[in-house]
Every structure is written in structure tokens, then in C-alpha cells.
Design a protein around this ligand. Structure first.
Ligand code: ADP
Ligand code: GLC
Length: 462
């Protein structure tokens, strides 16, 4: 079996800020019987060290400094995860930054992580190193620089996050300045980690076929579209999936259900509405569970909100992120008894919200894949999505394909409100609505299919 190391800066349930953590949970488990796969991730200060086993320690000489690295392990259902404890990386209270912004030494934190990934790959005899997003991207450069016989595949989960630092990063991380050019990792007089991943990895994937096309255009390319077009031969798009053990309507709910016991979904809704500030459980419930950032279409939602709330709807939003967006949502929520906004991050509540809702809103401006729509459909909740990126590939209104929902083409208030209208009319056709829920709940949104596509890529490399 091919020996693979999957490197990610977040893995659910150890650390999570978004979908990357979910994929790092779902994907390796889906593949573990077909390849010899293990995972590597930082040991953050908030993690429980006592449940981990010390594995190995080594010193990395970077620049003029010796850095002590400790590796810990944990095995879950036959899947080994390696945790990297390193100076700076493991001492911050959060993953990437706090309310004041990103940690200024993220270059050193994740640069050391990348060196540790390469060192452990060598020690484990890894054949394929699977890197994810900018936090792991420099590993591809180090592998080329040290002339190692390890193949790399780099998955872009979100092109909007680059990991950009000043020129001094090169000497801090002992990176030869020969890489500091347009073809290498230089980006507008800065050092760009994501660009290094694109340049130096053997293959590049992103998380849906549509996003793989979109990022080649100036509109979605975040300044890297020309560079991606140059490396287009290495690029493909594979749709994500979710872990059915993690997201499961038969666990963690007051009234567990499946597609034969949908009356329990309604019982959960009634109980939820009672506990919330919302009033009537008979009214269609729209929800959103999201990072509250521009990507997720919050500007469109805010622009449409007053008109939306005039309809016979209940709205519940769970999210955290941009302070200004949160403030605006709070102000509107205070004025309307059919809208509750809960600011914060709450994993178990999020599962309940997917379970109790009738509709999930995803008006994203761009969406590399999106996992919420899969989770929602698996819980029998109908997604309403903007036709972009992975949403376009996974939710269909006109065709009979798996994944049925409401899709709007243009990211405008008119199209969004028309989609809401279609949703409300659809809900009134109760037989058809129920049949669609049942249909979606039978669809396979797990990583089984996607992981087989990755397997083919691994096989092409060795
Ligand atoms: P992204 O990675 O861009 O945030 P995804 O749709 O890929 O978007 O994944 C988001 C994941 O994070 C989902 O599992 C979603 O349920 C979860 N999530 C987002 N915001 C919250 C929140 N406030 N509380 C709990 N879970 C959240
Ligand atoms: C990113 C994207 C999201 C995707 C997730 C997992 O955070 O924003 O669309 O689903 O990564 O790949």
C-alpha cells in the first residue's frame, strides 16, 4: 500500500475553525483501508496532551537557531495522527490569530511546522505527502530543495488565504533567495506560502471541479490566476464529502431520526423553537451556520434581510467572524421577533440547527466547496445556494441528480428573494417536499467517491 502522510493545520475534533478540519477528519478515514495513511497536525496549546503518546523528538536547525521539536501520537480506529509540538507554533492560545489580527510570527510558526512535516516524512518513509492550504505549503519547497524522493500533492481549500510575509521570512526559515522570483514564491514583493505550494508540488487539487475552473480566472483567482494557469496541467478539482459518523441525525439529538422517522425531525424543531426566542414552529425555519465573512454572502443577506423577514419565515443564524457584520445582524435581530442571531462557535448546537431547520441559506460570493450544504441535506434540510464553486456542483434545482435544493444564478437581492419565494412555495407542496428530503437523505455525501479519485492521483505519482 502507498505510504501517505496527510498534513493539515486543523483536524476535527482536535482543532477546528472551518471545513478544512472536517475534511481532515472525513477524508483520511475514507481512504484508510486502501492506502497506508496517517495524519500530521500542530499540537496547539489548548489541546489535551495527556491523551497523546510521546513518539519522537528531534532538533531542526533553521537559520542560526536550533529548534526542539517533539512529536506525539494518537490512534483512532487504526488511523495514526502525529502532533507537532514546536516553539511558537504550540504556545499561542488560538490557531492563527486573535481579535487584533493574525499572529505576526505565523511565518516562523508554520515554517517550522512544514520543516517538521518533511523531517517526519523522511523518518516514516512516506511516498506521497498530501499538503493542505498555505500552512503546510512550504513543505513542497523543502522537499525539492533537499532533493528528497517524496511526491507531493497540494490541496487548495480556499485560494483567498495566502500566508503572505516580508522578505525577512526567507532568512528566518533558511530558504534560498533563488526562490524569490515570479516563478517561485514571490508575490508583489512579498513571500507567499500558498504560491510556493502551487509552484513546488507535483500535483494540485482543489475541492470542487467548478472551483478548479473558477480559480483560473481573474474574478476568482485572488491574484494567482496567471500562476495557476501556468501550472494548470497539475490541477484538478475533486468534490469534498463529510464524515457520516460525525454528522449523524441518529445521534446527539433529543429525537434521533432517519428518513423513515421524519416526524422526529419535526419534534426536534418544536423543542428548539420553544428554547429560542422564535415563536411559531409551524413557520418555515431558515438557518445559517457560518463563519461571518464576506465570502459567505453576508452583504447580500444583510441587504435583503428586512424584506426577507417580512415574509412568513423564521430565521436563526449561528456564527462568528467580522465584528461589523455581527453588529449589523444583532441590530436587525433586535427589531424582529422572527429572527434570532447567536454569535459564537458551538459544534454540538450546530448539529442541532442542521437537524431542526427546513432550509439552509448559503448565498456565498465564492465557495471552494462548502460542507454545510452536504451536512444540511444529510439531516433532511433543503439548501438554498448561490450557483458558484462547489455549491454549483453539489446542489441542483432543475436536474434529478443527487443533492436537491434551491439554486439562484446571480448573487443579487432580486434573485435571492425569488429563491426564497420558490422555497416557500415548495414547502407548501408537502408531499413533494417530504419526498425531496427523503431523496437527499439517501444520497451519498460521504468522502467515499472523492477519496477514490485522490487514490488515482496518488497512484499516478508513485
Ligand atoms: P468554511 O470552511 O469556508 O468555513 P465549510 O462549509 O467548508 O466552510 O465548513 C464550515 C464548517 O464549520 C461546517 O462544519 C460548519 O458547520 C462549521 N461551522 C461554521 N461556523 C460555525 C459555528 N459558528 N459554530 C459551529 N460550527 C460552525
Ligand atoms: C474552505 C472553503 C470551503 C471548503 C472547505 C473544506 O474553508 O471555504 O468552501 O468546503 O475549505 O475544503
Amino acid at each position: 500500500m502507498i505510504k501517505v502522510l496527510f498534513a493539515s493545520s486543523e483536524i476535527y475534533p482536535f482543532a477546528k475553525t472551518g471545513g478544512l478540519a472536517d475534511v481532515s477528519d472525513a477524508f483520511p478515514f475514507a481512504l484508510k483501508n486502501r492506502v497506508d495513511i496517517s495524519r500530521i497536525t500542530p499540537l496547539y496549546s489548548f489541546m489535551q496532551k495527556k491523551s497523546l503518546k510521546p513518539y519522537e523528538s528531534f532538533v531542526l536547525v533553521v537559520g542560526e537557531t536550533d529548534y526542539e521539536i517533539e512529536i506525539f501520537t494518537q490512534t483512532d480506529n487504526g488511523l495514526v495522527t502525529y502532533f507537532v509540538e514546536a516553539p511558537f507554533l504550540s504556545t499561542t492560545p488560538h490557531l492563527y490569530g486573535d481579535a487584533t489580527g493574525d499572529y505576526p510570527n505565523n511565518d516562523l510558526r508554520f515554517g517550522l511546522f512544514c520543516r517538521a512535516i518533511v523531517e517526519l516524512s523522511l523518518r516514516l518513509g512516506i511516498e506521497v505527502l498530501h499538503l493542505n492550504d498555505w500552512h503546510t505549503a512550504l513543505s513542497a519547497l523543502f522537499i525539492k530543495e533537499f532533493n528528497l524522493n517524496i511526491k507531493t500533492i497540494f490541496t487548495i481549500h480556499n485560494l483567498a488565504y495566502h500566508g503572505v510575509f516580508t522578505y525577512s521570512t526567507l532568512s528566518n526559515l533558511s530558504i534560498d533567495s533563488k526562490h524569490y522570483n515570479f516563478e517561485g514564491l514571490e508575490f508583489y514583493d512579498r513571500v507567499n506560502f500558498l504560491k510556493a505550494g502551487i509552484t513546488y508540488s507535483d500535483l494540485i487539487t482543489t475541492v470542487s471541479p467548478s472551483y478548479a475552473q473558477e480559480i483560473l480566472t481573474p474574478e476568482f483567482g485572488c491574484g494567482l490566476d496567471a500562476h495557476l494557469r501556468h501550472h494548470q496541467k497539475k490541477l484538478s478539482g475533486i468534490l469534498n464529502g463529510i464524515n457520516y459518523n460525525t454528522f449523524n441525525p441518529q445521534s446527539g439529538l433529543d429525537f434521533p431520526y432517519d428518513n423513515n422517522t421524519l416526524e422526529n425531525k419535526h419534534k426536534n424543531k418544536v423543542a428548539f423553537i420553544k428554547q429560542s426566542t422564535l415563536k411559531d414552529p409551524r413557520i418555515p425555519l431558515f438557518v445559517m451556520v457560518s463563519r461571518l465573512v464576506q465570502q459567505k454572502g453576508l452583504d447580500l443577506l444583510l441587504e435583503s434581510l428586512e424584506e426577507f423577514l417580512q415574509k412568513r419565515v423564521n430565521l436563526f443564524i449561528l456564527g462568528e467572524g467580522n465584528a461589523e457584520i455581527c453588529e449589523k445582524l444583532q441590530t436587525v435581530a433586535q427589531k424582529h421577533e422572527n429572527f434570532e442571531f447567536l454569535q459564537g462557535y458551538d459544534e454540538s448546537l450546530s448539529h442541532k440547527i442542521y437537524a431542526v431547520a427546513d432550509f439552509l441559506l448559503m448565498p456565498s460570493r465564492f465557495e471552494p466547496c462548502g460542507l454545510n450544504q452536504f451536512i444540511a441535506m444529510h439531516y433532511g434540510t433543503i439548501p438554498i445556494v448561490h450557483a458558484v464553486g462547489g455549491l454549483k456542483d453539489s446542489v441542483h434545482e432543475q436536474t434529478k441528480e443527487c443533492g436537491k435544493g434551491i439554486v439562484f444564478e446571480n448573487q443579487t437581492k432580486e434573485d435571492f428573494l425569488l429563491a426564497i419565494q420558490r422555497a416557500l412555495e415548495f414547502k407548501k407542496e408537502s408531499k413533494k417536499f417530504k419526498a425531496t428530503i427523503e431523496f437527499n437523505m439517501e444520497c451519498d455525501f460521504s468522502f467515499t467517491h472523492g477519496s477514490l479519485e485522490y487514490l488515482k492521483l496518488y497512484e499516478s505519482l508513485v
